[in-house]
Design a protein around this ligand. Structure first.
Ligand code: SF4
Length: 232
């Protein structure tokens, strides 16, 4: 276990509600870590990694784990969502935070793009992984976005749900191929969009086809409530 006491943080916010996936609507704190190993063109958190558009000196800070734990504790939550960017880039640094969360009986969700295998210690500490593999609509080459060994470890954890961003029904064939190739279950499809009208319209367009494949549909609650406002 590491003794490194800090994390590269983009923002800590809440209490708010998990906006996507299997725990949608659950009250939670969010810890958004800095940096990502992908560069999806639809990314709604590019301020964590896109240094052509944002200044890392403004967007990121190296914060002691104890400070982050104290900020979450002050929110009075029983759930914390660790997101990014790609939080597993800091998996070694994250362990002291996960240890503190386990001590406090917080349910921990890690949101990951599925390209980095979780360690056994990470798996033991979390309630769930919300894994969002990126299809070609992200603009990321598939040999970079899909890492079979990492997906296999996430499947084997027994704690993963797989959430795919879609803009239209024709995206579902590609999602289906990835799901079948890597035996991913359960599958959630989420409409891409950063305003309520787009998310609702695309969700309606996708719903019947998603159900026909035996998959789940998730909306983006925070977008319906607050658009693309940061820190909500
Ligand atoms: S993996 Fe997630 S955080 Fe990284 S660029 Fe893609 S959408 Fe953004």
């Amino acid at each position: 276990m590491t003794t490194d006491p800090s994390l590269v943080v983009s923002e800590v916010f809440g209490p708010t509600f998990q906006g996507e996936g299997p725990t949608l609507g659950r009250r939670a704190a969010f810890v958004r870590l800095g940096r990502c190993n992908l560069d999806c063109h639809f990314c709604d958190s590019a301020f964590t990694w896109d240094w052509d558009r944002y200044d890392p000196a403004v967007e990121l800070s190296e914060r002691p784990v104890d400070d982050v734990v104290a900020e979450v504790e002050a929110m009075g939550v029983d759930r914390v969502v660790v997101t990014g960017g790609e939080p597993l880039l800091q998996q070694r640094r994250l362990q002291p935070f996960l240890d503190a969360a386990v001590e406090r009986r917080w349910a921990v969700e890690i949101e990951t793009n599925g390209t980095i295998a979780p360690t056994r210690a990470t798996i033991a500490a979390v309630e769930r992984f919300n894994v969002s593999p990126k299809t070609s609509n992200s603009g990321v080459p598939q040999d970079k976005a899909i890492v079979p060994a990492a997906l296999a470890m996430l499947v084997a954890s027994g704690k993963a749900a797989f959430k795919f961003v879609a803009t239209e029904v024709s995206d579902l064939d590609e999602i289906g191929a990835i799901v079948d190739d890597h035996d991913l279950r359960p599958v959630y499809v989420m409409p891409e969009g950063t305003d309520a009208a787009t998310v609702t319209e695309r969700g309606r367009a996708l719903a019947d086809a998603v159900s026909a494949r035996g998959w789940h549909l998730t909306t983006r609650l925070h977008v319906l409530l607050w658009g693309d406002e940061r820190g909500r």
